[in-house]
Design a protein around this ligand. Structure first.
Ligand SMILES: NC(=O)c1ccc[n+]([C@@H]2O[C@H](COP(=O)([O-])OP(=O)(O)OC[C@H]3O[C@@H](n4cnc5c(N)ncnc54)[C@H](OP(=O)(O)O)[C@@H]3O)[C@@H](O)[C@H]2O)c1
Length: 256
């Protein structure tokens, strides 16, 4: 089966392409890097020729409110139009658990707009809502840094390894469209401020993490359970400590 992975050079996309190929599929990594740009339409018609499934795991280069909205609206519209012309049978997109509860954030308003376009199109679809990736914990600190301190609310979340995200998205991509949302999450719950503190310590990052009930997440207020998936979520296997050990081994190997 020909499966085009939009954002195939990214964190999730590159893992997904590898996994799909291991399962015998013709997986095409499509992104500006390989001449396919969903914002301008460049290379899309060629890439989608003969494709059964398109998986969109791209992300906006800018998270500024107007830029991120323009990225997800324009790229999703283009993608769905080119898919209809190419006869694609399943559109899969990766979004975030709790997106609909986070509309105070410009980034999440853009994800809501992306999902609305998908739901309103004629292409059968599956929207995968994932929790935060372990790999994003440092990025979470970066977007929450105020001077030399990281301010995060002391609320629950259930993060997961990017590898488990890619496996789950791959399984959904080769299955029938659900025409709805599938939630995926990690095997354990944590407090955001506590886990980001542990991650920064493991990286020897000196920033202090402060539990601040007024701190926002990408511009949105969080309550205790805003970021948690519901009971039916499919859970990844990788525990945080296992991931941390594996990523430390990989980082050490990369510097030798
Ligand atoms: N971070 C989290 O914790 C989290 C949690 C749940 C869901 N998500 C969702 O997961 C998705 C993927 O995230 P990620 O961290 O894997 O992304 P990433 O590593 O930042 O990769 C982004 C990808 O998008 C591609 N891209 C950028 N502009 C493009 C364009 N104009 N046309 C086509 N492709 C374009 C990039 O291609 P080039 O390399 O060629 O520039 C790259 O392959 C996002 O939609 C995000 O909302 C994230």
């Amino acid at each position: 089966m020909k499966i085009v992975v939009i954002g195939g050079s990214g964190l999730i996309g590159s893992k997904l392409v590898t996994k799909l190929r291991e399962h015998g599929h013709e997986a095409i990594a499509a992104s500006p890097n390989s001449g396919v740009n969903t914002v301008t339409g460049e290379g899309l018609a060629e890439a989608l020729k003969g494709a059964s499934v398109v998986v969109d795991v791209s992300n906006s280069p800018s998270w500024e409110d107007a830029a991120v909205m323009k990225f997800f609206e324009t790229s999703t519209r283009n993608l769905l139009n080119y898919e209809a012309a190419a006869g694609v049978k399943h559109h899969v997109a990766l979004s975030v658990v709790g997106t609909d509860r986070l509309s105070e954030s410009g980034y999440f308003r853009a994800k809501i707009a992306q999902e609305k376009l998908i739901k309103g199109s004629s292409i059968p679809y599956s929207i995968v809502h994932a929790t935060q990736f372990f790999e994003f914990l440092k990025g979470l600190a970066d977007i929450s840094t105020d001077g030399d301190k990281v301010r995060l609310p002391h609320v629950l979340f259930q993060p997961m390894a990017a590898d488990d995200v890619a496996s789950a998205v791959g399984r959904i991509a080769v299955g029938p469209p659900v025409n709805g949302i599938v939630e995926i999450g990690g095997p354990e719950q944590f407090r955001i401020d506590e886990l980001v503190r542990r991650r920064l310590a493991s990286l020897k990052d000196p920033r202090e993490v402060i539990a601040d009930p007024k701190a926002l997440y990408a511009g949105a207020k969080l309550s205790e359970r805003t970021l948690l998936p519901d009971k039916n979520a499919r859970l990844g296997e990788t525990r945080f400590e296992t991931w941390l050990t594996q990523s430390a081994v990989k980082a050490a190997a990369a510097t030798h």
